[in-house]
Structures are given as structure tokens and as C-alpha cells.
Write a protein that binds this ligand. Structure first.
Ligand code: B12
Ligand code: SF4
Ligand code: SF4
Length: 350
């Protein structure tokens, strides 16, 4: 936890960076980022009379492979951090008494959380744009309390990236177009979680096996080595939510999806998004055993976005059964786009 005076957040540098990011369209289809820009650039518009920002970072266990981003393997952090931030806000109000106002946010509020955290001494914003603590690393989630109460500030932490460029080099889609500049439109996290509709063809292969989110630019960061924070058990992997198999996710129906992902941040991608991602990852995995499940998804899914992704994957896997399924879809699918995906799949499969 760290504190900054509200007059100093967000920093002029971060406010300007946000302006450039939106002006250049790097936010893609995140229209709400553009709509809430003025508030994000001024905490006083979020809470009139704000005097201090209390920023918090909670680290999660960095376990497993990155097919499912590690932050999303446990209980939804919005709820875990939200409960604690509500208590913290109540505590500040009770201690200050009188007319004191304290309002909390985690992720969804119109605030630049990384900048608020950095200015409050919780770390620096790295070239991968993550908030990084010099000893604890970046496997963390952020939240904050904005309050009208004046509180003693903490000192910011200096930037430790130095000449390192590992994250820029490792990003599978080249989404970190320059230090601190992320083109969301090509970020796997955006493509697999936020983006609705078909994934643009040029990013389907680079997506690799990612089902939900991406951790590559954190995996390679030297500050996330063995000395990094162990992580809060409340955000640890849920035993009842085992790493789902790709074919299992592709074949999910709504009742089973609602049951399996109850209380999970993975619901952000929605059922059709997860099934689309699973189809693309199966195409990239190159295992011919996926042809059967993909052919069933192409023939029977209600959502065109899932059928289109299945057609792409079948084209990539090839073989007689895949071509048979693609030929049928090219002829019979009710959706023009899916018929086109099937046509292209047939061309690619030779
Ligand atoms: C939109 C969004 C996304 C978008 C865009 C990400 C982006 N980099 O802008 C997408 C969907 C791609 C995304 C992905 C992820 N996200 Co996200 N996302 C957000 C959200 C809602 C807004 C971010 C935002 O304002 N972006 C606009 C840019 C301009 O602002 P910024 O990212 O803060 O960038 C800073 C730098 O540009 C910096 N800057 C610019 N120029 C310069 C120059 C110098 C010298 C310096 C020092 C700094 C600097 O100033 C900006 C302000 O701090 C925040 C929550 C929030 N309300 O803040 C979560 C948030 C940033 N995401 C988070 C997480 C965990 C992720 C993922 C790791 C999830 C995953 N595993 O898949 C990835 C990481 C991708 C990455 N490398 O950034 C966490 C980050 C925690 C942390 N330790 O940093 C946040 C804070 C959510 C939370 N409450 O915990 N995210
Ligand atoms: S999250 Fe993945 S795709 Fe996005 S910038 Fe980091 S490495 Fe690149
Ligand atoms: S990988 Fe290197 S450049 Fe990228 S954030 Fe980590 S220290 Fe900074």
C-alpha cells in the first residue's frame, strides 16, 4: 500500500500518454477508454475535493503455464480486492470522521491505476507498461481508495528497466511497439479477452496456445525471478477450476460454462469468446485428434464466430476429415463469413 497527494496524480506524463494512446487508436475497440478519458486524466473529476490516493497492489501466485493468464486462475480479483478495499475505505472514513469521503476502485474505475500506484511508491511502470516492484515483481493486481482526507505521501520508486528490452523482443505479436507503448489491437490479452468477433487473420497463428490473456511480457521480465512475491493465497488456483482442456472449452455449453466459471475473471471473455479462442489454439496445437471436435463445432455451434474459428483451425490441421467438414460448411453454412472462412480453409489445407 502506498499514498500519493491527489494533486500529483495522474502525472502529466501518464495523462499525456493516455491522450496519445487514444488519439492514435491503439485502444482498438475499447470505446469506454476514450469516453472516460477526461476523468482518467483528473482524479478531481472522479471525486470532487479529493486530497489523497491510497493505492494497493496484491500479488497473485505465478503458477502454471500461461495458456490461461495467471491472474485469472483463482477467484475473480474484482471481488477479492473489492471486499478488502471496501473495508479500507470504511476504515479511512471512520478514522477521519466528519464529512470524510473515501471511494474505492479496482480495475473498472475511470482512473489510471498504474500511474496512481507508481506515484504512491508501489513500483515503476516498466517498458511492458506493467507496474513493477523492484523486489516483488509485477504479478500483481491494483486497486485504490480516493479520499478527501489529507494523508502523508510515500516516495516514488525509480525506474529500474535500464537498457533491458526483453519484453519488447519476446512479445509474440510485437504489441509493445515502443517502450511504454502498447498497441492493444495486437495484444493477445486484448484479442482473447476484450475483442468480440473474429480474431483478425494475421494474429491467429501468433496467438499460439493462449486461451485467455497472455503473460509473456511478464514471464521474461528479470524482476519476476524466483525472488518475486509468492502471491496471496486468496488469489491462488481454485481446485474446482482446473486448467480446462482446449477441446473441453470448445465443447462447453452455457449451463456447464456458468457452473465451471462462476466467480472467475475468465467470464469477461464470454462463452463464445472462450470457444473461439479454444478453436484457434487447437488449430495451432497441430494435433489431428482435434479434427473431430472442431468439425462438430463447425457443424453445430450457434455462434458464427465459433464456426469461423473452427473452420480456420480445420484448414490448418488439414486431412480428409477436415476437408470434408470444410466442404460441407462452404456449401451449407447460413453465414457468408463462415462460408468464406471454410473456402479459405480448403485452399490452405491443400
Ligand atoms: C485497458 C487495459 C488493458 C488493455 C490495454 C493495456 C495497456 N497497456 O494499456 C489490454 C486489454 C491489452 C490489457 C492487458 C493486460 N492487462 Co490490463 N488494464 C487495462 C485498464 C482497464 C486501463 C489501462 C490504461 O489506462 N491504458 C492506457 C495506457 C496509456 O495507460 P497505462 O497502461 O496505465 O500506461 C502507462 C504507461 O503508458 C505510462 N507511460 C507512458 N509513457 C511513459 C513513459 C515513461 C518514461 C514512463 C515511466 C511511463 C510512461 O503511463 C501510463 C499511465 O500509467 C487497467 C485498469 C485501470 N483502470 O488502469 C488494467 C490493468 C492495467 N491491466 C492489468 C493486467 C494484469 C493486464 C494483463 C497482465 C492481463 C493478462 N495477463 O493478460 C495484460 C498486460 C498487457 C500489458 N503489457 O499491458 C492490471 C495491471 C497490474 C500491474 N501490475 O501493472 C490493471 C491495472 C488492472 C488491475 N486493476 O490490476 N489491459
Ligand atoms: S500481454 Fe502478451 S501480447 Fe500483450 S504485450 Fe504482453 S507479451 Fe505482448
Ligand atoms: S522485461 Fe526488461 S524492459 Fe521489460 S519491463 Fe522487465 S525490466 Fe523493463
Amino acid at each position: 500500500m502506498g499514498i500519493s497527494p491527489a494533486g500529483e496524480v495522474p502525472s502529466a506524463e501518464a495523462a499525456a500518454a493516455l491522450g496519445r494512446w487514444v488519439a492514435e487508436g491503439l485502444h482498438g475497440s475499447l470505446g469506454w477508454m476514450a469516453r472516460s478519458m477526461e476523468k482518467r486524466r483528473s482524479t478531481a473529476l472522479v471525486l470532487p475535493g479529493v486530497r489523497s490516493v491510497v493505492a494497493v497492489a496484491v500479488h497473485y501466485p505465478a503458477v502454471g503455464t500461461g495458456d490461461v493468464a495467471r491472474y485469472a486462475r483463482g477467484d475473480d480479483y474484482h471481488r477479492v480486492l473489492g471486499r478488502r478495499l471496501a473495508e479500507l475505505a470504511a476504515f479511512i472514513r471512520a478514522e477521519a470522521g466528519g464529512e470524510a469521503v473515501a471511494r474505492w476502485y479496482v480495475d473498472t474505475g475511470p482512473v489510471l491505476e498504474r500511474d496512481l500506484a507508481a506515484r504512491s511508491g508501489l513500483g515503476w511502470v516498466g517498458k511492458n507498461s506493467m507496474l513493477i516492484h523492484p523486489a516483488r515483481g509485477s504479478w500483481s493486481l491494483l486497486g485504490e481508495v480516493l479520499t478527501t482526507v489529507p494523508l502523508e505521501p510515500d516516495a516514488p520508486v525509480p525506474d529500474h528497466c535500464g537498457s533491458c528490452t526483453r519484453c519488447l523482443e519476446a512479445c509474440p505479436t510485437g504489441a509493445i511497439v515502443a517502450p511504454h507503448r502498447l498497441d492493444a489491437r495486437r495484444c493477445i490479452s486484448y484479442l482473447t479477452i476484450e475483442h468480440r468477433g473474429p480474431v483478425p487473420p494475421e494474429w491467429r497463428e501468433p496467438l499460439g496456445l493462449h486461451l485467455f490473456g497472455c503473460d509473456v511480457c511478464q514471464e521474461v521480465c528479470p524482476f519476476n525471478g524466483p525472488g518475486a512475491a509468492a502471491g496471496d493465497p486468496a488469489l491462488g488456483e481454485r481446485p474446482e477450476l482446473p486448467t480446462p482442456s482446449l477441446t473441453g472449452v470448445l465443447g462447453l455449453d452455457r449451463p456447464r460454462y456458468l457452473e465451471a466459471f462462476r466467480g472467475s475473471a475468465m467470464k469477461r471473455a464470454r462463452l463464445e469468446g472462450l470457444r473461439r479462442n479454444a478453436a484457434l489454439a487447437l488449430g495451432n496445437a497441430g494435433d489431428p485428434r482435434a479434427v473431430g471436435p472442431l468439425a462438430r463445432a463447425l457443424a453445430a455451434s450457434a455462434e458464427a464466430v465459433v464456426r469461423g474459428a473452427a473452420a480456420w483451425a480445420l484448414g490448418r490441421l488439414g486431412g480428409r476429415a477436415a476437408r470434408f467438414a470444410l466442404e460441407r460448411a462452404r456449401r451449407d453454412d447460413p453465414d457468408t463469413e463462415v462460408r468464406r472462412e471454410a473456402e479459405e480453409g480448403l485452399e490452405r489445407s491443400g
